[in-house]
Design a binder for this molecule. Structure first.
Ligand SMILES: *Cc1c(COP(=O)(O)O)cnc(C)c1O
Length: 820
């Protein structure tokens, strides 16, 4: 990235020409001079790299222009700090946003290279676990699209989320090496390096004004080096930067140790530094709680803040102006230590008075909360935090003293309330609450759906909300329609364009125009044909990857997301078993043929989630080999869920399963992808499902089960699942067949404990919601049997989901929080 503006506009050749011949010539040029191969010996990977380099060249001009303009305007920049970016592949995304797909396809064809083949070789950048990381990726694209000068900051993990393999139906985790063939998208910025320290002691010295100054004598230091990837917006109008940090050892230490003859010691230091950014933690929604994780968090926050402050000062701004020029969004609590790090930079390094530094800090940060589960909110044992970040611990205590004094003195908070808002949890071993730190250090705290935001006010942040009643606001999540409609579903995109024209490409709310076609028989037919073709593509993926034949005429009923008890894949599997029983008991009935498709990864340490994967596979094996349900029911668990698999499965879904225990899914974004692509949703009133019902209309979504209020009440009263189980013969039969080993003849007790959880406490309300869910599934069958009703509803879903574009979400963040 340029740091100083060009004094004159250099007459660089614009690589805007995009006829297939010019593109083909450029690809050959890259192949020859950047990769050093000729066409005869080039591997498919070489062609992919050459193609990426050609596309990248086209991005660079705009990238520099965007950066230059922001520098010239000295405008406010947005910094999105996230420990995860679940990006997926970039080639199709970039080409589509630049309008290059057709010409590039032709160019490659003229070189006898098939675009889809080489595009399929690009590894998924899986630097995230699930929804939170995917949101960050959608936001990067939307911030560029709506023309906001923005940087994403994160970690360049050498190994992203593990690759999932199945061994006899069990999940096996394999390392993932997305960088194995290099990464032609990124630019290493050796000049953008910062030292990040850990440990050591804090010394007090006399400052110039006689006041004490604190000096952090760091015990160890590593270097953070920046790697930049351009993030292209729709139509390539703006290109922002995703800056990911990589850890390297500090050379002097290495040299000292080498000079002292301690080669092994030097290599150990180097290994230790590099191990910081080696691997992404694979736990979704529950904190890892390990020292390396805290090191990762501080590492990327410190490097990012040093970079942000440097850029701010280099523009000639004062530190007092920071909130006018810089908006930092914390994606969950993972970057919350930034609050203390900015305070340290301001107070210790730049000599700003504490109270002034606090005002600057608070006005600079804002925080997005992604979970309500108290056990999922990060907290660090005070002794660990103090050992690793001694100066930050002092600053946290100072901030805490200031806030608690104010709450007690000026707001009359009682002891209970003080305990709740304190940065330190004193209830057991003392812990630093990162949620409270993020909240107190921010001027805006947002939830990710309307329901989740209201629950935040009532539960985890009730007392902080009382102290700062204007800070909590809602920003319902969104998805980028470029990746999640135009790129993953080009046939539907073409069909919509044919019907209502191309305006929806620039404004997803224009999809509304499709409403007028919802009952049009000939449009329904075309819509159905597109869906069918997408289902055929998924069927051939399943056939080639798994050797299983599925019939695209059947209803494709899909649940894909991280495997979690609260997401209730178990409810879906138990209902599948019940349906299996019903079909066998009543073969005379007119059953709707269904294919139940699952995909998702479980955290390696999450026992029940891994058992649920095994159960899905055990149930699949039994059902798929039973001739009495042949042609009526099939179950498939597709391994290694990731963005690229989602891009094939989402457009092929008839039915989207969004069935979390109400009150537990903060928003969901998978729900939005499916509905946008013309699937019917079966779901609970949870997360963004509530707002989806409001937008698509309650007649166009199948809602069932307990509400968040009901779940809260039943749990408070002490839920007894027996009544629900006794009342439902279908449920009894399904539970007992699983518990007794019908699906696990090789180990009959395999699922005994899992089923006991339902019999005994049923924390996730699987038994409580079962009957409502099973009934809702039969309602879905009825709709399916009336094809014109089915397509009228699913077309209306596509028509009315435009509001869930992440462009809308980003505009709301900007209007209410960032004001860039
Ligand atoms: C969208 C997406 C998610 C989030 O899905 P939810 O259903 O909202 O949990 C997770 N992983 C991938 C790969 C995704 O594309």
């Amino acid at each position: 990235m340029i740091k100083t503006p060009h004094k004159v506009d250099l007459p660089l050749p614009k690589r805007g020409v995009s006829d297939p011949d010019a593109l083909a010539a450029e690809i050959m040029d890259k192949l020859t001079y950047s990769i050093g191969k000729d066409a005869k010996v080039a591997t498919p990977h070489d062609w992919l790299t050459a193609t990426i380099l050609v596309v990248r060249d086209r991005i660079i001009d705009t990238w520099m222009e965007s950066t230059r303009n922001t520098y010239m305007n000295n405008g406010k920049r947005v910094y999105y700090l996230s420990l995860e970016f679940l990006i997926g592949r970039l080639l199709r995304d970039a080409m589509s946003n630049l309008g290059l797909i057709d010409d590039m396809r032709q160019a490659l064809q003229s070189l006898s290279v098939e675009f889809d083949v080489i595009a399929g070789l690009e590894p998924d950048a899986a630097l995230g676990n699930g929804g939170l990381g995917r949101l960050a990726a959608c936001f990067m694209e939307s911030m560029a699209t709506v023309n906001i000068p923005a940087y994403g900051y994160g970690i360049r993990y050498v190994h992203g989320l593990f690759r999932q393999q199945m061994a006899d139906g069990w999940q096996v985790e394999l390392p993932e090496s997305w960088l194995a063939h290099g990464n032609p998208w990124e630019f290493e910025r050796r000049e953008s390096s910062y030292e990040v320290g850990f440990g050591g002691t804090v010394e007090t010295v006399d400052g110039p004004d006689g006041e004490p100054r604190y000096v952090w004598k760091q015990g160890e230091r590593v270097i953070a080096t920046a790697y930049d990837t351009p993030a292209v917006g729709w139509r390539g109008e703006r290109v922002n930067t995703l800056r990911l940090w990589s850890a390297q050892p500090i050379d002097p230490i290495l040299l000292d140790a080498f000079n002292a003859g301690d080669h092994i010691g030097a290599l150990r230091e180097s290994n230790k530094a590099e191990s910081l950014t080696r691997v992404l933690y694979p736990a979704d929604a529950t904190p890892a709680g390990q020292e390396l994780r805290l090191r990762q968090e501080f590492f990327f926050c410190s490097a990012s803040l040093q970079d942000i402050v440097r850029r701010h000062l280099q523009q000639g701004n004062t530190l007092a102006q920071l909130p006018d020029k810089v908006a930092i969004q914390l994606n969950d609590t993972h970057p919350a230590v930034s609050v203390a790090e900015l305070m340290r930079l301001l107070v210790d390094v730049h000599g700003v008075a504490f109270d002034e530094a606090w005002e600057i800090t608070r006005h600079t940060f804002s925080y997005t909360n992604h979970t309500l589960l108290p056990e999922a909110l990060e907290s660090w044992p005070v002794p660990l935090f103090e050992r690793l970040l001694p100066r930050h611990m002092q600053l946290v205590y100072a901030i805490n003293a200031k806030i608690l004094l104010d709450a007690r003195k000026n707001r009359g908070f009682n002891d209970h309330e003080i305990r709740q808002i304190s940065l330190i949890d004193e209830s057991g071993d003392r812990r630093l609450r990162m949620g409270n730190l993020a909240f107190i250090g921010s001027h805006s705290i947002n939830g990710v759906s309307a329901l989740h935001t209201e629950l935040m006010k009532e539960t985890v942040f009730a007392d902080l909300h009382k102290l700062y009643p204007t800070r909590i606001n809602n920003k319902t999540n969104g998805i980028t329609p470029r990746r999640w409609l135009m790129q993953c579903n080009p046939d539907l995109t073409d069909l919509i364009t044919e019907a209502i024209g191309p305006d929806f490409l620039d404004d997803a709310t224009k999809l509304k125009g499709l409403d007028a076609f919802a009952d049009d028989a000939s449009f329904q037919q075309k819509f159905a044909a597109v869906k069918f073709a997408n289902k055929q593509k998924l069927a051939s993926l399943v056939a080639s990857r798994m050797g299983i034949k599925i019939d695209p005429q059947a209803m494709f009923d899909i649940q894909i997301k991280r495997i979690h008890e609260y997401k209730r894949q178990l409810l879906n599997i138990i209902e599948t078993v019940a349906l299996f029983d019903q079909i066998r008991s009543h073969p005379e009935r007119d059953w709707v043929p269904r294919v139940k498709l699952f995909a998702g990864k479980a955290a390696p340490s999450y026992h029940n989630a891994k058992l649920i994967i095994k159960l899905a596979n055990d149930v699949a094996r039994v059902i798929n080999t039973d001739p009495s349900v042949r042609g009526l029911l099939k179950v498939v668990f597709i391994p290694n869920y990731n963005v690229s698999l989602a891009e094939v499965m989402v457009p092929a879904a008839d039915l989207s399963e969004q069935i979390s225990t109400a009150g537990m899914e903060a928003s969901g974004t998978g729900n939005m992808k499916f509905a946008l692509n013309g699937a019917l949703t079966i779901g609970t009133l949870d997360g963004a499902n509530v707002e989806m019902r409001d937008h698509v209309g309650e007649e166009n979504i199948v809602i069932f089960g307990m509400t968040a209020d009901e779940v809260g009440r039943v749990r408070a009263e002490g839920h007894d699942p027996r009544a629900a189980i006794d009342a439902s013969r279908e449920l009894q039969q399904a539970l007992s067949s699983i518990a007794s080993g019908v699906f696990s003849p090789d180990d009959r007790d395999r699922y005994a404990d899992l089923m006991q959880g339902i019999y005994q406490h049923d924390w996730f309300m699987v038994a409580a919601d079962f009957d409502a869910y099973a009934k809702a599934q039969r309602d879905v069958d009825d709709i399916w049997n009336d094809k014109s009703a089915w397509y009228s509803k699913t077309i209306r879903n596509t028509a009315r989901m435009g509001w869930f574009s992440s462009d809308r979400t980003i505009r709301q963040y900007n209007a209410d929080i960032w004001r860039a």
